[in-house]
Design a protein around this ligand. Structure first.
Ligand SMILES: *[C@@H]1O[C@H](CO)[C@@H](O)[C@H](O)[C@H]1NC(C)=O
Ligand SMILES: *[C@@H]1O[C@H](CO)[C@@H](O)[C@H](O)[C@H]1NC(C)=O
Length: 278
């Protein structure tokens, strides 16, 4: 397994993710040894994963403060979905959170830092509330809130972040949208059903979409514990797949906020802490 992981990291850090996937260099992380796709295994603590991706154009429009940790403040705007988090879920709805008290060990992911900064940036300045008090950076928040609930499939910080990166590169939504001739461009309107079916066509499973003010904020992909795609859950009549989404949505672009042009995000910080950011 260790060799597989090393190969994963090497190919990831080469930033040639798509090529790596196509050549089979990226091997899947440890599959659920117990198998049994879709079977509820209560002892294991969760039933499936959501890989939540965010559209920077929508998120960055809501922020107006800059700091070095905010991905919205890079000189070039982010024009692809970035990772929000990998979230263990229950098949009957809901999700576990804050499952084990841990002290985040940044050393465990030092080899992944460069690629995480590229594809998993925070889009806020403020720090995030953590499970057992305190405020920490985005990655720590995601690990504590969600990553600790992936046990035993997800054993540690390295497992958590590398698994998310693996899924993100293997199930490349940019590529899937391109295949359906959807090229995100600010100002243009897209039929939300078209986006959903483009993803479904490429990956064989239904995603869910979360919108904010008519724009796509998140695109979520769902996976069984063996990392095969599965449909995202539908809850009730007004499907979770189209959370707050009108029939037509935009994938807006944004102007990068000028770094250092304003005082470090006080209002942002408030925002992040009080909206119970997942
Ligand atoms: C996804 O695919 C696009 C090309 O369609 C590529 O530019 C991009 O690097 C890929 N992203 C990842 C994370 O592999
Ligand atoms: C909501 O969308 C409208 C139309 O696209 C836009 O004019 C308005 O500024 C947006 N509001 C916010 C708070 O983003």
């Amino acid at each position: 397994m260790e060799r597989k992981r090393q190969r994963l990291v090497i190919s990831l850090s080469a930033l040639c993710l798509a090529v790596a996937v196509m050549s089979g260099a990226l091997l899947p992380p440890r599959a659920s040894a117990a198998g049994g796709v879709g079977r509820k295994r209560r002892w294991a603590g969760f039933d499936y994963y959501v890989l939540a991706l965010q559209w920077p154009g929508t998120v960055c429009r809501q922020t107006s403060h800059c700091c070095s940790s905010n991905g919205c403040c890079r000189s070039h705007p982010l024009k692809f979905f970035t990772i929000h988090g990998l979230w263990p879920q229950y098949s009957y709805g809901g999700w576990p959170s804050c499952c084990r008290p841990t002290t985040f060990d940044g050393n465990k992911i030092s080899r992944l830092k460069t690629i995480l900064e590229e594809y998993w940036p925070s889009l806020y300045c403020g720090s995030f509330s953590t499970c057992f008090g305190g405020k920490r950076p985005f990655w720590v928040h995601e690990w504590e809130t969600h990553g600790t609930c992936g046990y035993p499939e997800i054993q540690d910080e390295y497992d958590y972040f590398s698994t998310a990166l693996y899924l993100y590169s293997k199930y490349n939504v940019t590529k899937a949208l391109k295949k359906a001739h959807i090229y995100p461009r600010g100002g243009r309107k897209y039929l939300v059903g078209h986006i959903v079916s483009a993803i479904e066509f490429s990956f064989g499973a239904m995603p869910s979409i979360v919108c904010k003010n008519g724009s796509v904020q998140e695109l979520r992909l769902c996976f069984h514990k063996d990392y095969q795609p599965r449909d995202c859950l539908v809850e009730g009549e007004n499907s979770v797949r189209r959370n707050h989404c009108p029939r037509y949505v935009t994938l807006p672009s944004y102007k990068p906020h000028a770094f250092g042009s304003s005082t470090e995000g006080i209002s942002n910080q408030v925002n992040v802490e009080h909206q119970s950011y997942q």
